[in-house]
Design a protein around this ligand. Sequence first.
Ligand SMILES: [Zn+2]
Ligand SMILES: [Zn+2]
Length: 446
Amino acid sequence: MVEPGIFCMPRHELKANLHVHTSFSDGSLSVGDILNDPSRRKLDVLGITDHETMKAATWAGRHAGVLVLPGVELHHRHNHLLVYGVPASALVSDEDCPQRAIDAVRVAGGASFIAHPHDRNCPLMPEFCACPWTDLDASGFDGIEIWNFMSRWKAEARDIESAIERIREPVKSFPGPEMETLRFWDESSRTRKVVAIGGSDAHGHSFTYQGNTLEVFPYWLMLNSINTHIQLDELLPPGNDAEAARRVLAALKSGSSFIAHDNLMEANGFDFRAEIPKHGTTQYDSRKASSTALSAGGDRKHGKSGNEIVARNAGESSMGAQPQYPLRMGDDTTWAGDLELVAECGSFAHFRVVRNGETFQAGTGYTFSCLTHGPGVYRVEVSLLLGRADSGAADPDARPTFRDNYNHDVYPHPWIFSNPIFLRAPGWLSSPAATVDDSAASQARC
Ligand SMILES: [Zn+2]
Ligand SMILES: [Zn+2]
């Protein structure tokens, strides 16, 4: 087991950019040109999600070390849905009933993620109109794209000055996810596992302003912007691209991943896990974990008796299978006593542990750990702390929130968002997974 506080590379990590457009739709480069671009060398997985077409399927497989994961962005006006692992013949695109698109993906065994659900208008350029998700009661999707580079950039381009500033310094001025989207994700996660991904929405855009054409978001910048880092227990099998893609898709659906703004600083090596406390008063019996719970009268406060474990009837677990410790991002299991949450990254940072959508614990350092407090959906947000000189075009009104070890003012920049560790209350039952049979009922809302 890894000692808390020691930076480590816990598992095999793949850096994926899952939302990329090409010349198959409205991107400026072909898949081949993107793969030849040096920027792709920082990626392990390239998700091609052209608008309403899966022509990129011909590129499925590994190319010079990059696994191309063909997908599609389904939409009409609103309700953009990122889809992977489904043949074009199984896709359904219905503007009036996005639930039909989700259901078709689920039936075909693929993965669907709601893209930029709270997308807003671009105040400066009205032609960049809002493309939000309008059916927030939809069900059966695997997850949500919580952080989309282009969506966040355009929403913050309030006037020409701020747009130029944000084009000049697109990295350090970049905002975190929409708060509404985080709330939507947290709320959805209370009833079932909902996985978060991030994406660049790269197009290789050019803009013409006062007669000059400017490429403002080239692929080399975008492919290292908002990425999804996938953790795997094993290396991908060499020579079997279909199996490699299947494992990547399975890891994405499981939530074994985190989202990071890699252009701010490479986030490789970040980890968030839940370990059995070393100093609990009672030995934590992992063999009983799927069928154990705190006694009803137990003291749930941290420390002393907070880790007391008593056996309860086997078979009551909502998850069934015995959990493996430490728990990893995306693990969804029955709470069987408080665990130690450990987060670590490669830079001095601010950690905010979120439980059920609320701030639970926070602190600064290279690592952060705390005990859980009963069942809950636990995740962590990490902000990179930079000095004023390094903060570039950070909001000029920003005030230093923290001081580093040398007592210098430092400014937080949203950097990493983990997927949650889901610790469900004993007896908790996930909201029933939608089935093919009930898809008609869900579509009846449309
Ligand atoms: Zn979109
Ligand atoms: Zn897109």
